[in-house]
Design a protein around this ligand. Structure first.
Ligand SMILES: NC(=O)c1ccc[n+]([C@@H]2O[C@H](COP(=O)([O-])OP(=O)(O)OC[C@H]3O[C@@H](n4cnc5c(N)ncnc54)[C@H](OP(=O)(O)O)[C@@H]3O)[C@@H](O)[C@H]2O)c1
Length: 252
């Protein structure tokens, strides 16, 4: 068996109905993991992701839940565990809207909203899965962060600060959980257009792509493949790391 094989592992990917989460679910499913495809509103899309995995011989099931609330997290973990067993691989990917806001206009609630997505929700989900992981002396917690922290994107301090805090969580948890052989890493994508970027101006995408050292934007599968590697035994000695997947955009 290859070290990147995930047969027998149970993976939960939050926000996996579309965008990067869908590509992550597909990459994990292709390697044999049982994949819990969490979604909030896009039931058809979540089902389509599962169909694609199942038709290729994998095993996946959609799970509706609001991962930004304690009730949603409790229900989700109970349902996934009942269907598949204890979670071995937790991918913290879900996001709500990410508005650009100038300093003059921003409110504390604007920050709290982003911290709910990227600190509170990861905290609640990790607390819910960590017991069995510690018991097994194994586990993978993979955050989907962002390059925006390194790039210091202006008029975006709500999102940038929450993504910075998420990196802090990842680093602290990695040392805390290392004695149990549980790894905690963060994948930091560059701008990778998903459906929600469909209406963004083409010249903005072109402007961004021209500045990427590799000369183009990434694709969702670039994130899926990196997450699948970190989830596997091949990455068993990697923890507390930020892996930038952005064509060299944040190289200093
Ligand atoms: N795409 C990029 O350029 C980029 C760059 C850097 C970092 N990232 C990060 O990558 C992650 C994914 O981003 P994306 O661009 O793929 O986002 P996206 O395409 O907007 O997808 C968001 C996903 O989150 C789900 N979601 C929304 N509210 C939820 C809730 N309350 N509970 C559970 N799921 C919920 C959505 O589900 P429904 O559709 O079912 O509602 C959807 O599956 C985020 O952490 C983002 O910050 C993205």
């Amino acid at each position: 068996m290859l070290a990147t094989d995930l047969t027998g592992q149970v993976a939960l990917v939050t926000g996996a109905s579309r965008g990067l989460g869908a590509a992550i679910a597909l990459a994990l499913g292709q390697r044999g993991a049982k994949v819990a495809v969490n979604y909030f509103g896009s039931v058809d899309k979540a089902q389509a992701v599962c169909d694609q995995i199942n038709q290729a011989g994998g095993q996946a099931q959609p799970f509706q839940a609001d991962v930004f609330t304690p009730e949603g997290v409790d229900i989700l973990i109970d349902e996934v565990t009942a269907a598949f067993g204890d979670i071995d691989i937790l991918v913290l990917n879900a996001t709500g809207p990410q508005p650009f806001i100038k300093i003059e206009d921003i409110t504390w609630d604007d920050y709290l909203q982003q911290f709910t997505y990227f600190v509170r929700s990861p905290m609640m989900l990790t607390q819910a899965v960590i017991g069995p992981m510690k018991h097994k002396h194994a586990g993978r917690i993979i955050h989907i962060g962002s390059e925006v922290f390194e790039m210091a994107v202006p008029e975006f301090s709500n999102y940038v600060s929450a993504k910075g805090a998420q990196l802090g969580l990842c680093r602290s948890w990695s040392r805390e959980l290392a004695p149990w052989q549980i790894t905690v890493n963060l994948v930091a994508p560059g701008w990778i257009p998903t459906e929600r970027h469909a209406d963004d101006p083409a010249d903005a995408k072109e402007f961004y792509a021209q500045r990427v050292p590799m000369g183009h934007m990434g694709e969702p599968r670039d994130i899926g493949e990196t997450v699948a590697f970190l989830a596997s035994d091949a990455a068993r000695f990697i923890t507390g790391q930020k892996i930038s997947v952005n064509g060299g955009n944040s190289v200093e």
